[in-house]
Write a protein that binds this ligand. Structure first.
Ligand code: FAD
Length: 578
């Protein structure tokens, strides 16, 4: 509420066409209800989901105990329709609201969330790229939540490099296509929660070019539709097995066999990957919010534990003077862990909210220049949000587990499940290495690269203005120094050859994220200048810790990037054998 209402400003959203009715009360009511639903319906089935897992028997998947009842309530309460178009039965709220709910769902039960998550992406992809006929039949069912969706990209020999795919599409006489091939790792590829499952499948039409330029996109429903659009005959899509995984065990990750399954072309032939990116980009932001959710719930639990656990004597002045032990939160190292999480979570949430807001402006603004700017900032920051926040999810669950000591390692407190469940966010939807490659190889050049420079310039001006004010200068100076490092590293990356840029990409991406967050923290602190009260005072202290104790990591990251890749190149692949 603070970020949207006091920092971004509700008017940024309700000045956009279609959101005129959106206001603070609506936002507050939706977030309160989402919080309640997640705490009372979604969190309580998280542990069972992990213990029972999704089960595969006789070619069909059964979801863990409680998932069916919770999903029913989930759709009855309208959680599948938040940002969908009212024309399809949606609530027409900003995407930002949907993303904020993603954080809570990701925090409380990612395995459950995933059954509805891909439906959201499928909805937006079909709304953008499908024919009017397909939109009219399929979209209202996705919005209602009675049909769900999947994204079928990965094959056994092709994960990151989708150009290697072998799934084939042959034209049928009736204008549809016969799809044949095997897809693996398909989230919610089969389950018992909805009446139909809509698979979005990428495949190569007979005779299409090799590589990613020959990929087309198809809608392949589990059940073909009767004349009245009700689910009818079973399509030739079969679940061969489900994966046994490290975490999110309640989520069914399926191997799907398509055997001349009937599919309908979505968008243009051979332009399937471009259409798929509509869904993948939404997902990448969502996964950032999933990571944020894990960081948030892990740090909340660690804070409670650290406040209650009595162990060792704290440095003077001791809170429990005269007693054998103090709460571990008074141990400076434990306090540091909790505060480091908090400073990155709050700053990271600002980055995520800022980025998510661009998706609403890019889609709805009536001002073309504003739309273009928002679309480019969104494109630039999407890999940063996905990677930084999923990394934060994993590092925070580990850190929180450490706060609980051995009690974090055993199952009782749920911490070890958080560690296992959060890990996938760094891997799926383009690994974090791929996000880094996307940032340095694509997003720093062309139009998006120009907008990166103007974003840096805009931040620099804001920091220069803030540096003059005594109470702001510590924040602005620290952020300004980091921004100078980022700009220098950006120039280095742009001048480097492909291999050197790729070698530096991962560290550059983190430098980018930590610096962006420092700029946003400064903006936030400037926006609350003169405001009194504990809440604002705590924000200032949190931001100060970020600048003092988190941001200095950018010094090392900058150094690593600027040293170049000579030592990496000098060590050959053959040298590993020595
Ligand atoms: C639980 C789960 C759910 C999933 N859900 C879905 C789903 O619903 N739909 C779907 O289609 N897929 C899904 N996936 C697949 C997932 O997106 C892929 O696993 C991921 O994209 C990586 O592909 P890969 O596993 O084949 O790894 P590979 O592509 O073999 O990569 C292996 C390693 O090499 C690195 N690497 C590869 N190429 C490069 C490069 N160019 N630059 C730098 N590093 C590189 C990767 O980062 C990684 O570290 C899911 C996977 C899991 C585990």
């Amino acid at each position: 509420m603070f970020l949207v209402d006091e920092w971004i400003g509700i008017d940024t959203l309700n000045s956009l066409p279609g959101f005129e009715e959106f206001d603070k009360d609506i936002l507050e009511a939706v977030l309160e209800e989402a919080g309640k639903f997640c705490s009372t319906e979604v969190l309580p089935i998280n542990r069972d989901g992990d213990e029972h897992g999704a089960i595969f028997v006789d070619g069909a998947v059964t979801t863990p105990p409680g998932f069916k009842a919770a999903y029913q309530k989930f759709i009855e309460n309208g959680w599948t329709s938040i940002d969908a178009d009212p024309a399809h039965g949606g609530q027409g709220l900003p995407k930002l609201v949907s993303y904020l709910i993603d954080e809570m769902l990701g925090a409380t039960n990612l395995a459950f969330k995933l059954y509805a998550e891909l439906s959201h992406g499928v909805y937006h992809l079909l709304a953008t790229h499908a024919s009017e006929e397909i939109r009219a039949v399929y979209l209202p069912k996705l919005v209602e939540g009675v049909w769900s969706g999947t994204m079928c990209l990965t094959e056994p020999h092709c994960g990151t490099d989708l150009g290697l795919l072998t799934t084939k599409a042959s034209p049928n006489d009736d204008g549809s296509y016969a799809i044949s091939g095997t897809k693996i790792f398909i989230t919610s590829g089969d389950h018992d929660l909805t009446e139909n499952i809509l698979h979005l499948v990428i495949a190569r039409i007979d005779g299409a070019p090799d590589g990613s330029r020959g990929i087309s996109l198809f809608l392949v429903p589990k059940f073909l539709l009767n004349k009245d659009s009700s689910p009818g005959e079973r399509n030739n899509v079969n679940t061969a097995s489900i994966e046994h995984k490290m975490g999110i065990k309640g989520s069914a990750t399926c191997v799907l066999n398509f055997d001349n399954a009937k599919g309908y072309l979505i968008g243009e032939k051979n332009r399937g990957l471009a259409a798929m990116f509509r869904m993948m980009n939404l997902e990448r932001i969502t996964i950032g919010f999933q990571g944020l959710g894990f960081a948030e719930i892990a740090s909340q639990n660690a804070l409670v534990y650290a406040t209650e656990r009595l162990q060792s004597k704290a440095p003077a002045p001791r809170p429990n003077a005269g007693k054998p032990a103090d709460p571990i939160i008074f141990q400076p190292e434990i306090k540091r862990k909790l505060l480091a999480m908090r400073a990155q979570i709050e700053g990271g949430r600002a980055l995520a909210v800022f980025t998510a807001c661009q998706s609403d402006v890019a889609e709805k603004s009536t001002n073309e220049q504003q739309r273009e700017e928002a679309a480019n900032i969104l494109a630039l920051l999407t890999p940063v949000v996905k990677s930084f926040l999923s990394d934060l999810g994993v590092s925070s669950t580990l850190s929180a587990q450490q706060v609980l000591g051995g009690h974090g390692y055993v199952r009782e407190h749920g911490m070890e499940q958080m560690v296992r469940d959060s890990r996938i966010t760094q891997i799926y939807e383009g690994t974090n290495e791929i996000q880094a490659a996307d940032l340095v190889l694509r997003k720093l050049s062309g139009k998006t690269g120009q907008f990166a420079d103007s974003l840096f310039e805009r931040w620099q001006q804001m920091l220069d203005e803030q540096e003059d004010a005594d109470d702001m200068s510590p924040f602005a100076q620290a952020a300004s120094a980091a921004l100078a490092r980022l700009r220098e590293a950006t120039a280095w990356i742009r001048a480097a050859d492909g291999a050197a840029a790729r070698g530096a990409a991962f560290d550059y991406q983190r430098l980018f994220a930590l610096t962006s967050i420092a700029c946003l923290w400064t903006q936030i602190i400037a926006s609350i200048r003169g405001k009194d009260g504990e809440f604002y005072a705590t924000k200032r202290k949190t931001a100060r810790f970020y600048m003092d104790q988190v941001l200095p990591e950018t010094v090392a990251l900058h150094e690593i990037v600027m040293r170049g890749s000579d030592s990496l190149t000098a060590f050959s692949v053959e040298d590993f054998g020595q």
